[in-house]
Design a binder for this molecule. Sequence first.
Ligand SMILES: [Zn+2]
Ligand SMILES: [Zn+2]
Length: 273
Amino acid sequence: MPTPLLYESHSHTPLCRHAVGSPSDYAAVAEAKGLKGIIFTCHCPLPDGFSASVRMHPDDYDRYVELVAAARAEFAGRVDVRLGLESDYYPGVEPWLERLHARAPLHHVLGSVHPQVPDYRRQYFNGNWFDYQRLYFDHLARSAETRLYDTLAHPDLIKNEAPAEWNFARIRPDIERALDRIAATGVAMELNTSGVNKAISEINPSPTMLRMIRERGIPVVLGADAHRPERVGDGYLPALNLLQQAGFAEISYFLDRKRRTIPLAAAIGSLGG
Ligand SMILES: [Zn+2]
Ligand SMILES: [Zn+2]
C-alpha cells in the first residue's frame, strides 16, 4: 500500500446538529481510505443565536475540543486527528471569532460564507439574485481580508442558491475582483468535493474558477466536507485530476495553521492513482 500523504481538511461532528457519526467513525474511514490524517472543522458557535439550529452551541465548544482530543488519542500512530473549525463570516462577527479561535490551539480554520443560512439571507438578500451573488463574492474577499481564516471553504457555493440565475459570464468580473483581493491576502481556497451532491452538480469551485485561482497563485486545499463518516476523502482522486488539468503542481493543507504542500503527482500516487 502506498504511504498515506493526504488529509481530510473539512469534516464535521454531530455537535453541529446536521452531521452524524462520532469523530472515531470519521477517523476510521480516513484510515481505510489511505489518508494520513483528518482535521475536524465543525460549524463554530456564533453570537446572538445566529443560525443556531445548524451549529454547535457556545456551551458545546469545550466538549468539541475534548471529543476531537479523545479521537486523536484513540487513533495515535494510525491516523493523525487534528482540531480545526469552520467559522462563518459576515460583517461584524470578527471580534467573536477572534476570541473563539484563541480558546484552543487550532490546526485549520475554514472561512465560510453560507448564503443558504436563513439568518444570513434575511440580512443580505434584497430580492435580486444577481445582487446577492455579487454580495457573496464581496463577503468572500472581505473574509480573507480579516486574516481570521486559513482557507475559504466551497468558494462558489452561491451558485446553488438559485441555479437558474447563475450566469458565469455575467458574474465573472466580480469573481475576478474578489480573487485579486484574496490573492493579495495569501489565504488559501478550498476545492470541496461535496459540490457534486448540490443543485449545480460539480466540485466547488467550478473548473473555470479553479483556473482563475491558479492564475493568481492562490493555494488550494482539498476537502470532502463530510457530514457522515463514509464521505471522508470522497472524490479525492477526480478532484486531484481536476487540479492537474487546471495547471496546479501541488496541493496544500494546514497543520498548526501553517500551510504545507504535497506535489500533485505524489498526492495522486498516495491514493493508488
Ligand atoms: Zn454543514
Ligand atoms: Zn463544512
